[in-house]
Design a protein around this ligand. Sequence first.
Ligand code: BGP
Length: 468
Amino acid sequence: MNKNFLWGGASAANQYEGGYHEGGRGLSINDVEMGASHGKKREIHEYVHEDIYYPSHKAVDFYHHYQEDIALMAEMGFRCYRMSIAWSRIYPHGDDEYPNEEGLKFYDKVFDELLKYNIEPIVTLHHFEMPLALVQKYGGWRNRQLIDLSVRYAKTVMQRYKNKVKYWITFNEINSLFIAGTPWHQAGIIYKEDENKVDVMFQAAHYQLVASALTVIEGKKINPDFQFGNMILYNCCYAMSCRPEDQILVHDKLLPIYYFSDVQVRGRYTNTCLAYQKKMNAHFDKEPGDEDILKQGTVDFYSFSYYASLVEGIGVEHSANGNLLDGGKNPYLESTSWGWQIDPLGLRISLNRIYDRYQIPLFISENGIGAIDQQETDGSIIDDYRIDYLKNHIKALKDAIEIDYVDCFGYAMWGPIDMISAGTGEMKKRYGFVYVDLNDRGEGTFQRKKKKSFYWYQNLIKTNANEL
Ligand code: BGP
């Protein structure tokens, strides 16, 4: 492994930060509803109930624990830390005249703290978060005005942190927009009863793709050394049998994934994209100039999340899931308590498939296992299942690099400090090397405690994965 390989972890503001009404932050979509499985067919006013416990309000309170948490990451030897900025902390209503200085200062402190330990920040600009006011006033990403507003936000933070942050990711899991139940989280969209949902979805996707490209273009003007990445929820999908029709189903399953990455990497709607538009009978508006923007604003690296694999085939029942996706069960694999099928080799396969297609550097922006951790009587947490999961996935990553010559420059394990689950809004689904004393109702001391895996990852980074 390259000695500069970026070992680290990843988080998202809305699941981790808390401090929802502090430092001049505005209400965000997550403050009124959380958990991707909710969020369907509700009116905004139904979401806003201040008396209900919302996990994002306090989350695990990184807002007040950032020094302690970053010190823990440094102790493990992190070389990178992927985190997101909350748009609602910078522009509380999204369209405010001036940015919120207190919000900007908070991230200054966070980046300074990371840089103090030589931890490279990798910043996601949009991670399932946006000011609620943008939904109420503009209808979220269904509205073209969101392009300008989001680029203004991006320019503000890229200008402010141009000497502190080099790596930027535009939209987290941008393709999750096409997955039922997530338009709210990804784009602040609530469908109206009588509208064509497919068209709304493709329109929002176009706006986000243009916004992503414009962010790259503007960012390179601010600092030509900036490196931009996309972020894809990758679907490692296998055919259930060698029947050719099953292979076609797998091909189809990948269309909505390549739809986004083709545009972000190749700078245009490719044949794959056109085929998917036709298959979905999608219609949306483009403006003159959009094509040029997409062409110029391509990303430097491809990042993706990988947790599980799924199976597709004729007659296959969709009884398995994995990170917002669903598909068939694979008889050769075991699953987590949430039914996500554990498949380390699938990571090697995904790395190869993606690198073969795009030939640009890759970054694993999320990988990990959600589990219920038990505390022993002495308070320790022996999370051998987590060590096994990560060990096997990192072995697969090493093989992809060392045997297959895939160019991958970093690995961010998901959720190094326990945080709220994006999918379920629960606390009990834990990913971390560090336990946070908090339950699903938000009760607890917020105290941090190292798990067994903490020491394992520390050693892994120290030996640059020579000792797994
Ligand atoms: C991805 C999201 C993350 C994260 C992860 C794990 O989809 O980008 O925000 O939460 O999945 O999912 P969950 O929290 O539902 O277990």
